[in-house]
Every structure is written in structure tokens, then in C-alpha cells.
Design a protein around this ligand. Structure first.
Ligand code: HEM
Ligand SMILES: [Ca+2]
Length: 737
């Protein structure tokens, strides 16, 4: 079912860089006979592959990978770059990776090339499959053993506060959940060669085109949720950014171009960077054909070595701390974290604006590198997460949380005038992190996924303390959660951003595609920020169904162009890039029966959708997780079908149970006191809005749902309806407490 028995010529076809270095490889393969290697494997002798062979593959893998990197840089220098391709360049606004992660990514590419060479060495002239090779590798536990990759060792000291980068949360595995960790897996990946090649259909042919799947199965129909509002969408994206960020491969000199600048075709092979996986657009595309666009830029995610540096299949890198710890506010690395602090009174940097009581996020140091502004006076912000400016509502939520940090720091400083800046910063960070966790687990998860399911996954809110922390649970982000299941919420994004002036009496709509990476709506007038907050809670979100706004499927990051990218096609392609196992594999993992025919999906997927799947996919085993999961009927009380619900619940279970600093863990040296925890448990989205806006005085208690007869607005002064978090429980009698 997969590509088996690679030979040298196949490899030359696959990678332009490898074909450039043909002589290097021929040399590698000459002196060895595979039969020897395989024989010795079967004999199970101590050294089935000689250490020289391994060293040879590692050395040559390194050479190949370095040559590829040099070639990538040269292409950019020679004008193959994204300068004239706005949608593509905006996808790279995430900037350059910090040097330690860049180094890890390079080592990972070297390990992947070495693994590939070793695979070829062991399967030339044989019928061995990728799986045979992988079990062989696992059996051997072959590791890179030199200075370029050292098994992770982190020494920790006992700390009341979380580290910035996620290290040392788990005392047994201090590396778990750290920034730069590999995503975790709950299923074997389906790379075509078992290692890194893009997946193919069972037949060996190409999987269906992601853009075709997007237009046929995720069409643009304005169906709105009757209950959920846009703040619900926005919180979802914010916690996504707290848990994960998968960066894309780039050259040392900038983003990677895979399509001709006008999108009219894929770049010729000789100009392609080997990390390119562009999305091809068919001639009859319902939208792009009017703009003669045939190619959407798309680049593979950065990978990282496994913690023990062993050879094997590709693991993508999570470049932020995977704990729910407010990292989008504070940053995931120490350098950025310091840049965001004032070092006075525990406060984060903020800027004031004329006629606004409350502060705004600080200005980014290079506006043009991260924003798409119409003129240089428009705002462009800096925060702990580089995606901050992606949409105005994302920047709005970041601003609310920045203000919350500074508000809390000020109150703590009034209560404890002798506390140092460091102590105030850490305590305020601890409180804001706890509020984020509380709002997520108490309000957001039950609203979206139903109380019942949370109960069965044992992640329901409890009255005070929980005692279920487990140090054997890895809180890392599950690859299929990030590269498939949670992305289903892209379907709830609305076409417009709504602004409501002070009495909620009017509403103004602004097209989302006019404001990607341009948060200027927040600062049109001194009232604009509050107008966006009101608009976001007043506006119905899209329904979580496989219908999607054209603003994200045709116009994502369009800038001043007439066309943009397709986020749903990207989601599908990203799942393949990460080798996410098939929908059918996940059905089994999640307790459904494995489908043998398309008709076997009937319990979960409606007949018209099964027909569409059958039309598009050759075989039921080929269905991508993102696609199959998205088409399932909702579980009662949830916005997700069974398979996504299972993956999402598993993630939020791990995020809670595997976090030593989870806010309501009891009887730990760093636990909140009962009085403090009772106060934290009063926090809510509504209170966050009340406390951090100048002029939002009324808000519905359930701030992730639109106003209705059973969810009316209350005054922010009504502390019975919208409880107030009283911080006097943090007042310490002496400086030594
Ligand atoms: C207007 C709102 C949003 C926009 C414009 C947006 C855009 C994007 C983009 C461009 C990516 C990277 C795609 C790639 O390269 O593979 C992405 C990734 C992702 N998005 Fe969204 N998104 C939005 C809202 C949401 C929401 C509401 C959720 C879920 C609640 C969500 C979940 C995710 C996840 C899980 C990823 C993968 C993150 C990673 O691993 O780095 N997004 N989104
Ligand atoms: Ca985090």
C-alpha cells in the first residue's frame, strides 16, 4: 500500500538536491551489500549494522542536508523569495526561529536524511517495507552520538513559579512541555516512506487535492450558531496559541517561495526548495480561476530531533510552551519575556493613548516585518506570541489580558508595598495564568463540548482543589490535535468583525480579509477598543459545520490582492505534512469500528457526505483525519463529532492532569490557599471584560454566548451576577511570607 523498495533513482527523482549530489550517494552505496546487513539483522547479532555504516549515513545525511540549506539560501539570494507574493509572505510573518530552535531544526533535518539513507541501504534489493525498517530502527535504537545532538538533560531547582519555557514543570521529565519539544503522537504516522515523505493513497497514487476537498466539502454558506458568539471563537484561538505553534521551514534569508510570484504556476523543479509542498489549484476552481491562480504557497513545518536523538520518523516542533500558562502574554523564552517587562512594580510594558484610560500593547520594533499596514501610523503590536497581529479580535483579547496582568500587579503592590518587582510579576503571572485555566475549564470547554463528556474524561470543574496530577502524563500537544482536530474550529470564523458603539444599539461590520495583520480597528477612535469588545460578544459565531467563510478559504492574508490563501486546504495539507494517521485509524483509536467500505461510516456521517467522500477518495482508508472528523455528526451537547471530541478531550485531559502547576492542584508547595483559590474560581470572561475596558458597563454573564432571554446582560457593578475576584487574600502580613 505504500511506496516500497526505494532505489537510488527514486531518490534522485524525489529530491532535486539529492540529484545534485548523486556522486556522493553512489559512493555511499557501492561498498555495501544489503544482504549482509539484513542477514545480520535477522541473526539478531549485537551489531546488525556496523557502526561505520551508521556513521557513514549520518555523515552523508549531514552533508546532504547542509547542501540543501545552502541551496535554499542561494535561491532566495537569486530572487526566489516571497517579496512579491503577499499572501505567502504574511504566512511567514512569524519571523525567524531563535538560534537554539534553528539549530535543533537543522539537526533534525540531518537525522531525517541519515534515516532515509539508512533505510535505502537496508532495503535495496529487498522487499522490505517502511514498517519493517522502522521496527528495525526501533529494535536497534540508533542514536546520533555527537555534539550536534545531545539527549536532553535539564537540571531544575524547586520553584514556586512556572518557568517561562515550560521546563521543570514535570520533575521526572523536566523536558516535557518545554518550548521546542516535539509534538506527541497517539498514532503511528502515515508518511509514505514511513519517515518523512508526504502520504499517498493506498494505491500509491496521490491523495485528493486539498483545494478540491476544500471547495467540494467546505463550501461558503453563512450558517450562524444560535448560541455561541465570536468571543468563543477568539478564546479558542488564544488557547491554541498558548498550547502550540508549529513554525514553517525558512531559509536563513527569509521565507520559502514555492509558486511563481503571481500564483500562476508551481515553480519549476530546479527552483523549488525541497521543503515546498505547494497546493495546486485546478483549472475549474470556483474562485481562483477568475484570477488565474494555480498555486498556493505552502511549506513544511519545522521538525525537531526526538529527546534521545534517535533516528526515526519526523516529529514536528512545538515552538512554544505547551502548558496552558499564558505564554502568549509572557512569551515562551526568557529573552522575549524580559523584553515585555518594565521591571517596575511587576508590570508588563504597555502604551497609553490619548483619551483612553487603559493601556495598549507595546509597539512592535519592526512594524513592516509583522504587520500589513496602510500607513506607518497604524498600530502593530508586540506580545509574547508572534501571531498577535493576525486579526484585530486576537489583538483585542491579548490587550484585555495584558491589562489584567497590570491591574492585578497594581492591586498586589497596593496590598504588599514591600514586594519586589520580581515577586509582583510572578504572582500576577500566576494569578492570570490561573484565570486563563479557570475560564477555559469552567466556562469555555463545557460551553463547547458539553458537561457530560467533560465528566467522562474527568476534566470537569471541581468545587475547590483537585488531587489528580500525574507525573506520568506528558502534557505535550498531540500532533493530531494541533494539525487536525482543533483546527475544525476554523469553520466557526465569521466573515466580519463587528463593532458596537456604547449602547450596543448599532453594529458596524468590517470584512475580516481587510484586516489580517492590521489591528487598526482597535484604535480608530478612543472608543474603538470597547466597540470591538462589545461587537465580539454580540456577534454570533459561525456554526461548527463543514461550511466555511470565503474570507478564510479564498481570501486568507489577501492584503491588497484580489485573492488570498485557503486555510482549510492548508489544514488538510498540514495534516499530511505532519504524517497524521488516517481518519480510519483514528476511528479505531477512539473506539469506533474501522470502516471497510465507505458505507460503514453511516453511523457517524450522513449519506450525502459519504457520497461526496466516495466521489473524492479512492479508498476509505485514504480519508484525511481533518476531513473525516469534520464531516461527522455532532455528539449531543458538543460542537464536535465523536472522533474530534475524543482527540480534543484527550488533549485537555493531558493539559490539566500533566501540569504540576495546574491552578487548582491541592497540597503542593505552590498551591493557592483555599481563600485564594475560591477567589480565582470567581473569575469569568465577563469579569475579565468588565475589569479591563473603559466603557463596557454591561455584559451577559455567559460571555461566550450571545445575549438571550436566559443569558441577559448585567451591570459590571452587579457583583452577584458577575462575581468580582477580590485579591485581599494575597495580602501577606510580612515580607517574609
Ligand atoms: C480568524 C481567526 C483565525 C485565523 C485567521 C487562523 C489562521 C490560522 C493559520 C494561518 C494557521 C497556520 C496554518 C498552517 O500553516 O498550517 C492556523 C493554525 C491553527 N489554528 Fe487557526 N486561525 C484562526 C482561528 C482559530 C481558532 C478559533 C482555532 C481553534 C479554536 C484555531 C486553531 C488552530 C490550530 C490548532 C492551528 C495549528 C497551530 C499550530 O500548531 O501552530 N484557529 N490558524
Ligand atoms: Ca503555553
Amino acid at each position: 500500500c505504500c511506496l516500497c523498495g526505494w532505489d537510488l533513482e527514486d531518490l534522485f527523482d524525489v529530491s532535486p538536491i539529492i540529484s545534485c549530489t548523486k556522486s556522493l550517494l553512489e559512493d555511499l552505496f557501492k561498498p555495501h551489500t544489503l544482504a549482509d546487513l539484513l542477514d545480520s539483522y535477522e541473526d539478531d547479532t549485537d551489531v546488525p549494522i556496523s557502526s561505520n555504516d551508521v556513521a557513514d549515513c549520518v555523515r552523508r545525511g549531514r552533508e546532504l542536508s547542509r547542501a540543501a540549506r545552502r541551496r535554499g539560501n542561494e535561491l532566495v539570494t537569486n530572487g526566489i523569495n516571497l517579496e512579491h507574493y503577499p499572501p505567502g509572505i504574511m504566512h511567514f510573518f512569524s519571523g525567524e526561529l531563535p538560534s537554539d530552535m534553528k539549530k535543533a531544526a537543522e539537526t533534525s533535518n540531518e537525522i531525517l536524511a541519515a534515516t532515509k539513507l539508512l533505510q535505502m541501504k537496508t532495503s535495496l534489493d529487498s522487499n522490505s517495507t517502511p514498517n519493517t525498517f522502522l521496527s528495525f530502527l526501533e529494535h536497534q535504537g540508533i542514536r546520533l552520538q555527537d555534539s550536534s545532538c545531545q539527549p536532553i538533560r535539564i537540571s531544575c531547582c524547586d520553584n514556586k513559579y512556572r518557568s517561562i519555557d515550560g521546563t521543570c514543570n514535570n520533575e521526572e521529565h523536566p523536558e516535557w512541555g518545554r518550548r521546542g519539544a516535539p509534538f506527541t503522537r497517539i498514532a503511528t504516522p502515515r508518511y509514505a516512506d514511513g519517515i518523512y515523505a508526504m502520504p499517498v493513497a493506498r494505491s500509491g497514487r496521490q491523495l485528493p487535492n486539498p483545494r478540491v476537498l476544500s471547495t467540494r466539502l467546505f463550501s461558503d454558506q453563512p450558517i450562524l450558531s444560535r448560541v455561541l458568539n465570536n468571543m468563543n471563537m477568539q478564546w479558542g484561538q488564544f488557547i491554541t496559541h498558548d498550547l502550540m505553534f508549529q513554525a514553517m521551514e525558512a531559509t536563513d534569508k527569509g521565507g520559502i517561495q514555492c509558486c511563481l510570484s503571481d500564483g500562476k504556476d508551481v515553480l519549476p523543479q530546479e527552483w523549488q526548495n525541497e521543503k515546498c509542498i505547494p497546493i495546486c489549484v485546478p483549472d475549474d476552481d470556483p474562485f481562483y480561476r477568475y484570477h488565474s491562480v494555480k498555486c498556493l504557497n505552502f511549506v513544511r513545518s519545522v521538525t525537531t530531533p526526538k529527546d534521545d536523538c534517535s533516528l526515526g520518523y519526523a516529529e514536528q516542533m512545538n515552538t512554544v510552551s505547551s502548558y496552558m500558562d499564558g505564554s502568549p502574554i509572557y512569551g515562551s523564552d526568557k529573552k522575549l519575556a524580559s523584553k515585555l517587562r518594565t521591571f517596575i512594580g511587576g508590570r508588563l510594558k504597555q502604551e497609553s493613548r490619548k483619551n483612553c484610560l487603559r493601556g495598549f500593547l507595546p509597539t512592535a520594533s519592526d512594524k513592516t516585518a509583522t504587520c500589513d499596514l496602510r500607513n506607518s501610523s497604524e498600530p502593530c503590536y508586540l506580545a509574547g506570541d508572534i501571531r498577535i497581529n493576525q486579526t484585530p479580535t486576537l489583538a483585542m483579547l491579548h490587550t484585555l489580558l495584558l491589562r489584567e496582568h497590570n491591574r492585578v500587579a497594581d492591586v498586589l503592590s497596593d496590598l504588599n508595598p514591600l514586594w519586589s518587582d520580581e515577586r509582583l510579576y510572578q504572582e500576577a503571572r500566576r494569578i492570570v495564568g490561573a484565570e486563563i485555566q479557570h475560564i477555559t475549564y469552567q466556562e469555555w470547554l463545557p460551553t463547547n463540548f458539553g458537561e457530560q463528556y467533560l465528566r467522562s474524561y474527568r476534566i470537569s470543574p471541581t468545587s475547590l482543589y483537585t488531587h489528580d496530577y500525574r507525573d506520568d502524563v506528558n502534557p505535550g500537544v498531540i500532533n493530531s490535535f494541533g494539525a487536525a482536530a482543533f483546527r475544525f474550529l476554523h469553520t466557526v470564523i465569521s466573515d466580519n468583525i463587528m463593532m458596537c458603539p456604547s449602547n450596543y444599539g448599532a453594529a458596524y461590520l468590517y470584512r475580516l480579509s481587510d484586516y489580517y495583520f492590521n489591528p487598526s480597528l482597535l484604535e480608530l477612535t478612543p472608543d474603538s477598543f470597547d466597540d470591538v469588545v462589545r461587537g465580539t460578544v454580540a456577534q454570533n459565531a459561525g456554526e461548527s459545520d463543514p461550511f466555511c467563510s470565503g474570507e478564510i478559504t479564498n481570501l486568507l492574508f489577501k492584503s491588497r490582492n484580489k485573492w488570498g490563501m485557503d486555510l482549510i486546504a492548508m489544514d488538510i495539507q498540514r495534516g499530511r505534512d505532519h504524517g497524521i494517521a488516517s481518519y480510519n485509524d483514528y476511528r479505531e483509536i477512539c473506539g469506533l469500528h474501522r470502516a471497510r467500505t465507505f458505507q460503514d461510516l453511516a453511523n457517524e456521517i450522513s449519506q450525502d457526505r459519504i457520497n461526496a467522500l466516495q466521489y473524492l477518495y479512492e479508498c476509505v482508508d485514504d480519508i484525511d483525519l481533518f476531513v473525516g472528523g469534520a464531516l461527522e455528526r455532532d455528539v449531543p451537547g458538543s460542537i464536535l463529532g465523536h472522533t474530534f471530541q475524543c482527540i480534543v478531550a484527550e488533549q485537555f485531559y493531558r493539559t490539566r492532569i500533566g501540569d504540576r502547576y495546574f491552578y487548582d492542584n491541592g497540597e503542593m508547595p505552590h498551591s493557592f490557599t483555599p481563600d485564594q483559590l475560591r477567589e480565582i474560581k470567581k473569575s469569568s470572561m465577563a469579569r475579565l471584560i468588565c475589569d479591563n475596558t473603559d466603557g463596557v458597563h454591561y455584559i451577559q454573564r455567559k460571555a461566550f454566548e450571545v445575549e438571550s432571554a436566559y443569558n441577559p446582560k448585567y451591570s459590571c457593578d452587579d457583583h452577584n451576577a458577575i462575581p468580582y475576584v477580590d485579591l485581599t487574600a494575597w495580602k501577606k502580613p510580612t515580607i517574609f511570607d
